[in-house]
Design a protein around this ligand. Sequence first.
Ligand SMILES: NC(=O)c1ccc[n+]([C@@H]2O[C@H](COP(=O)([O-])OP(=O)(O)OC[C@H]3O[C@@H](n4cnc5c(N)ncnc54)[C@H](O)[C@@H]3O)[C@@H](O)[C@H]2O)c1
Length: 254
Amino acid sequence: MQLNGKRALVIGGGGGGIGRAVSAAFGAEGAAVAVADIDLGRAEEAAEALLQRGATAYAVSGDVRSLQDIEAMVAAAVENLGGLDVLVTVVGGQVAFVPAVKLHEMADEDWDTIYEVNLRYVARAVRAVLRVFLDQGSGGAIVSVGSVTGFMAAPQQAAYGVMKAGLLSLARTVAAEYAGDGIRMNVAAAGAIATAVANANVDAEVVEEIPVGRFGRSEEVATAVVYLASDASSYMTGQQVVLDGGVSVRGPFD
Ligand SMILES: NC(=O)c1ccc[n+]([C@@H]2O[C@H](COP(=O)([O-])OP(=O)(O)OC[C@H]3O[C@@H](n4cnc5c(N)ncnc54)[C@H](O)[C@@H]3O)[C@@H](O)[C@H]2O)c1
């Protein structure tokens, strides 16, 4: 089991898509998991599923738009799990929060919303767990779920792309500043993954543009998150793993 003995906080871990798949994979790989979500019912469901499989799990509620809530999520995870070794940030997106429109049509407050739910909270959560990791003195791993929009154009999702690009910048700085403390941060950048949000908003013709010929599965993203959280990736920090079925490397020729 790749995460045996690790204590992990998964922010957004109650979600039906990648969040739930990460929580499940962490439990299956031996981690004790604090599942945090704005929807306590979902967090409890995810935690219950882990408990039933014999894993250690707790549900924590909180809104990532609130600094107080983020600090409370981290404190609750530390208290319930007896410390913390891993932070995963899953919450994010554009179309789930504000309309997809071209840049000149975007409302200023929508840009702020996308900042709050994709990047500001990650920076806040990272700062909070860095303090815990440094106090514990035993290192730690941080994994953020990113997107190909962070390094490709993001038509009608400009703010989303900018914030996802910010995750990689943050990971690089965490790498440079804290590698000596045994603390690593990496990004799992996803392409089109078959979740409720993606299915409702992405035209089926998109599939034809994916070299692998299908949307990705949440479990395929979770596998990479497990790797980045585990000691198997101990020499990797400040990087991203791309899970996009080949979309980002496809050239213009068949
Ligand atoms: N679905 C895709 O195709 C795709 C592609 C690339 C990247 N991603 C990224 O994957 C991540 C997960 O996306 P998903 O669609 O699988 O979602 P998901 O189903 O895992 O759900 C995410 C969870 O976040 C929670 N949440 C929402 N707002 C919150 C808040 N303010 N505070 C706390 N929790 C909150 C929701 O309740 C939900 O349970 C996002 O970062 C997204 O940008 C998804």
